[in-house]
Write a new protein. Sequence first.
Length: 95
Amino acid sequence: MLFYFSATGNTKHVVDKIKLNDETIISIEEATRKSTYQFQLSGSRLGIITPTYDFVLPSIVEEFLQKLDVRFDNIPDNLENAIKSITGVIESGLF
């Protein structure tokens, strides 16, 4: 499952290139407009693809991530490493 924000269409182009055949892609802008923040992940890949502006996330992405609730059918083996990576980014002040 890939979440993306694309103000100009460039990020959407990247998402279309890197997505797996049966992978779900979700527009952060559309999900926010519909107030949809809960998702069920059945695959083993979760990605958030977005531009940054001066090393800062766009406000719509930051607000979406604060509300995002992902449920896993099967917890991926590497989830602990992913959480550590995300935590490191948050603690660094980039998020």
